[in-house]
Design a protein around this ligand. Structure first.
Ligand SMILES: NC(=O)C[C@H]([NH3+])C(=O)NS(=O)(=O)OC[C@H]1O[C@@H](n2cnc3c(N)ncnc32)[C@H](O)[C@@H]1O
Ligand SMILES: [Mg+2]
Length: 430
């Protein structure tokens, strides 16, 4: 029976014979001894392999193969302070399963090279840690929604209209017609709430982003929720709970990985509700007082959000944006129709927007007027307009960029490290 390496890194296994399997992470020979650092999905361990124990043939074969060769080993665990994980295996026997020669990732760790070889770089301890954090984040999102009465639903990926503006639509040929890749499942989630009232989905969204920033992908993972009868504040409250749940799970399950990534945990450990709430106009004033060059009416771009959020140590909900800089579906504030009842959630520490959401227009005449103002043809959105014809209700929703959330929680320098296969304006492989 094989153990995972993390199981045997313990005093309870000292003196016990174990069977391990994995890949050569490091290898060096000193005379009649070869030191192998073996890795598996859980951790690494030093293995001391002596020629006299495994025999000349196997020793010679082991000496020839390179890093990332796959191995099974048998041996006895002993404590060794100088070993990378404090224990080592006194090897009795090995079995080389799959040799690897000249594994391409050695000294050259340049960004582009590692992106070109992401299919192999996934094996690194850095990516292993990030993938585990990502796993915990996805699981926590499902857990939160399901524990709070949300039904999981699925919208289509082939669609015929924009949600977040036509400039970032990916057009795909569709049997002689035009289709687009979904920018957001929102409009479809709005159809579900008339049946299930509270729905969510986690799916890829596509944005033909020409901007090359630390936080933009052309394909990203999007967790979206929609709730019947909710107003803007109700939705923000659920989102606060969601983020707190995810942060708590990541701290509980992934402290080891966060520490390996040298993530400063203070802000995450000190996170508490309620998050900061600022109206857009207050945020603009704050930004101007802090020397950030921005005027009322400007959209907050990556640079502005980075500069602003570096000054905060908890997430900030920014609400009541001017109607001109938000998509047509946002509900104008009845008390001041020049602004809309929306919110963005900006992550602190310079990370910026991780959530966009708000209250939807639910009155037919208001929606038709806004579509006309935006030059949209209601016919193109006939099914979306129908929702306002047949038993319309106030409702709100949001979209969380899961890759951006992982990027913030793991304290990474660029979103491309937060997703296994990043897609950007210049990259569509591997
Ligand atoms: N159901 C909804 O109400 C969602 C709404 N229709 C929507 O798509 N809002 S959003 O455009 O701000 O995108 C939502 C989030 O999606 C993320 N996002 C948005 N665009 C990107 C790109 N290009 N790359 C990575 N992540 C991205 C980011 O965190 C945004 O806050
Ligand atoms: Mg947004």
């Amino acid at each position: 029976m094989f153990h995972h390496i993390s199981e045997v890194l313990s005093d309870n296994f000292i003196g016990k014979e174990v069977a391990l399997r994995g890949w050569i992470y490091r290898k060096r020979r000193m005379g009649k001894i070869i030191f192998v650092v073996l890795r598996d999905s859980s951790d690494i361990i030093q293995c001391v392999i002596e020629k006299k124990k495994i025999g000349n043939e196997k020793f010679k074969e082991l000496d020839k193969v390179g890093v990332e060769s796959s191995l099974e080993i048998n041996g006895v665990i002993r404590k060794e302070e100088r070993a990378p994980t404090g224990y080592e295996v006194d090897v009795k026997d090995i079995n080389i399963i799959g040799p690897s020669y000249l594994f391409p990732i050695t000294k050259d760790k340049s960004d582009e090279f590692l992106l070109d070889n992401r299919h192999l770089w996934l094996r690194s301890r850095e990516m292993n840690a990030i993938l585990k954090i990502r796993h915990t984040v996805f699981g926590a999102i499902h857990e939160f929604f399901r524990e709070n009465g949300y039904y999981e639903v699925q919208g289509p990926i082939f669609v015929t209209g924009a949600v977040e503006g036509g400039s970032t639509l990916f057009e795909v040929p569709y049997f002689g017609k035009k289709a687009y890749l979904s920018q957001s499942a929102q409009f479809y989630l709005e159809t579900f709430i008339f049946s299930l009232e509270r729905v969510y989905t986690i799916a890829p969204s596509f944005r033909a982003e020409k901007s090359r920033t630390r936080r933009h992908l052309t394909e990203y993972w999007h967790a979206e929720g929609e709730v019947a009868w909710y107003h803007n504040e109700d939705m923000m409250r659920d989102e606060e709970e969601l983020i707190m749940h995810i942060v708590q799970k990541v701290l509980e399950e992934r402290e080891k990985e966060l520490k390996f990534l040298n993530r400063d945990l203070e802000i995450l450990k000190n996170l508490e509700k309620p998050f900061i709430r600022m109206k857009y106009e207050e945020l603009i004033e704050f930004a101007q007082e802090n020397g950030i060059n921005i005027e009322y009416g400007d959209d907050l771009g990556a640079d502005e959000e980075t500069a602003i959020t570096k000054k905060f140590d908890k997430p900030i909900f920014v609400t009541h944006y001017p109607i001109e800089i938000k998509p047509f579906y946002h509900r104008p504030d009845p008390d001041n129709p020049k602004v809309v009842l929306c919110h963005d959630l900006l992550a602190p520490e310079g990370y910026g927007e991780i959530i966009g959401g708000g209250e939807r227009i639910y009155k037919l005449d208001v929606l038709l007027r806004r579509m006309e103002e935006e030059g949209l043809n209601p016919e193109d959105y006939y099914w979306y307009v129908d929702l306002r014809k047949y038993g319309s209700i106030p409702h709100s929703g949001f979209g969380l960029g899961v890759d951006r959330l992982v990027w913030w929680l793991a304290g990474l320098s660029h979103i491309k490290y937060a997703i296994p296969y990043p897609r950007t304006i210049r990259r569509t492989k591997p």
